[in-house]
Design a protein around this ligand. Structure first.
Ligand SMILES: Nc1ncnc2c1ncn2[C@@H]1O[C@H](COP(=O)(O)OP(=O)(O)OP(=O)(O)O)[C@@H](O)[C@H]1O
Ligand SMILES: [Mg+2]
Length: 105
């Protein structure tokens, strides 16, 4: 468990774009938040990008995708610059994304 006050997740201006034959879909447009040892509820209508946001935190967005952020740090790991082994260690044990429908793409 994290000590009180230490940020576990730091996100600044997170953007996720999916190129599609009909043009790009901007699924996440400039999300910023900091999260410590607390709960954060993100509310939005279907298709508003909540699952994509959760996946992006652990570099689990399906390709072809474009994930960009000023800052994307989870448990002191710079997710956009981490090597695959570090990401596996992070998403295999220290952090998880649990989607409401794990079978959906
Ligand atoms: N792999 C993908 N390729 C292209 N577009 C995608 C992909 N994944 C998600 N999208 C699009 O990105 C947008 C956000 O989808 P996301 O699944 O993150 O929404 P959500 O808030 O979790 O909604 P819900 O869970 O109710 O479907 C939607 O327009 C969706 O169609
Ligand atoms: Mg979802």
């Amino acid at each position: 468990m994290a000590e009180a006050g230490r940020p576990l997740v730091g996100v600044a201006d997170l953007r996720v774009r999916f190129p599609t034959p009909r043009g790009p879909i901007d699924a996440v447009r400039g999300v910023s938040f900091t999260l410590g040892a607390e709960r954060l509820d993100i509310v939005g209508e279907s298709g508003s990008g909540r699952s994509t946001l959760g996946r992006a935190l652990l570099q689990l967005v399906p390709p072809p995708d474009e994930v960009a952020a000023e800052r994307l740090v989870v448990d002191d790991i710079d997710v956009l610059r981490a090597d695959p082994g570090t990401l596996r260690e992070l998403s295999g044990g220290r952090a998880s994304v649990v989607l409401q429908d794990p079978n959906s793409p």
